[in-house]
Design a protein around this ligand. Structure first.
Ligand code: ZN
Length: 193
């Protein structure tokens, strides 16, 4: 990977600038689930579209609504962290929190409740080298179902999807299981300015 960085159009975070050769390799890995580890056979990361086009279109959506990748990440992290926080509190009270309790979900604040089914496995980040097998290049396919209490609408995301958005500004291919659609996230969390 090249070490150059650029500031994305919404201006809040620096991200790595990949060379064309890197992007070709990354995209190939995304299209070949066997490159990403056994769990990724659940579904391809990217379907029939270009990685660069997808990233540019999604960042344009975010810029149009005058919000940022960081704002979306913050909302998702709040939901995930809130889920584990409540889970810990209940366990501290001596109530073991198994899959049933996690799938039932927790009210994390006045606005949202978050439920989470069991982890489906781990997948290797396609932005990392196939020869790098360190644990931090793998991410859980653990989903969080966020429900907005006032109108009972839900928004779903995974740890892996959150990682791709936060670290690589990639929201997932349209129709793929990792996708965190930026427009849906903006509408759901009310981030439009
Ligand atoms: Zn990564």
């Amino acid at each position: 990977m090249t070490g150059r960085t650029w500031i994305p159009i919404n201006g809040e975070r620096q991200v790595q600038l990949y060379s064309t050769e890197d992007l070709v390799l990354i995209e190939r890995r995304m299209r070949d689930p066997t490159e990403l580890g056994p769990s990724s056979l659940v579904s391809p990361v990217l379907e029939s579209e270009s990685l660069v086009t997808r990233v540019v279109e999604d960042l344009t959506t975010i810029a149009r609504d005058r919000t940022s990748v960081g704002n979306i990440v913050k909302e998702l992290e709040n939901c995930r962290d809130g889920f584990y926080e409540i889970m810990r509190l209940r366990e501290n009270d001596g109530v073991q929190q198994g899959f049933d309790e996690q799938m039932q979900g927790y009210r994390i604040c006045s606005e949202f409740s978050v439920a989470s089914p069991p982890v489906l496995g781990k997948v290797k980040c396609p932005f990392t080298s196939p020869t790098d097998s360190s644990p931090d290049t793998y991410h859980g396919i653990k989903f969080y179902d966020v429900t907005r209490v006032k109108d009972n609408t839900t928004f779903k995301f995974s740890d892996f999807g959150l990682h791709l958005v936060k670290q690589h500004h990639f929201f997932g291919g349209i129709g793929s299981y990792v996708r965190i659609d930026p427009q849906e996230a903006i509408d759901f969390f009310g981030l439009e300015r």
